[in-house]
Write a protein that binds this ligand. Sequence first.
Ligand SMILES: N[C@@H](CCC(=O)N[C@@H](CS)C(=O)NCC(=O)O)C(=O)O
Length: 227
Amino acid sequence: MSEAVAGTLWTTPGQFVGRAIKATAAFGGIKIGYPKGYVHFEDNYKEDFRAKFPHGKIPAWEGADGFTLFESAPIARYVAGLAPSAGLLGKSAQEAALVDQWVHLIEEVNENTENIDQILDGMLVPYSKSIHASFIAGQLRGLTTVNGHLATRTFLVGERITLADIYVASLVLRACGISIDVAARAKLPHLMRHLETIVNQPMFEGIFQPIPVLEKARAYAAPKKSK
Ligand SMILES: N[C@@H](CCC(=O)N[C@@H](CS)C(=O)NCC(=O)O)C(=O)O
């Protein structure tokens, strides 16, 4: 492993897509640094941050060579590419495309997860039961596809861990704390087994939290009216 820091990653400790990038780097033996004292929702609106990352969001990457990049999946893919011998991007153009396929699919699932989280937090108003149900259905559709694929495989692409496994596990882990409750988990046994396999890899120690077990998915509770 090279001791030199390959770049700086702006993220927050709880950010699941940031964890995917950290796990990718750990798997590839790539050392990354973090900006000192970064305050999210403050520093990302400042001019110096915007000059590097015009969209003003994290994760964001600045390589030791000055290369800047934002959007989590491309950052994870770029970091994976810094360690080609780790094989995280697959062994052929077809495997690389399959890695992308699963990363993009789980990003779509994650949009539903994000919407479910926001609707439950009362941030998508007014609350609509049918819209909530459509996000749950969209999330479950994607997860069911991944689960079906994993019925006969340990890993998503080929015989080894790729970026697809890391990215999918990171975002399934997020969904486990929001809407994949015990009843939903029972319908997704291969996906859950895959999640356990990935997050418990010794090289990911300290990156992923234990898998939360939700007895019942969070339900919408109307905020109390202030008098
Ligand atoms: N599609 C982006 C989403 C990034 C994202 O939504 N980041 C949020 C994390 S809280 C952010 O930085 N928000 C700051 C803002 O909205 O101003 C990715 O995957 O990187």
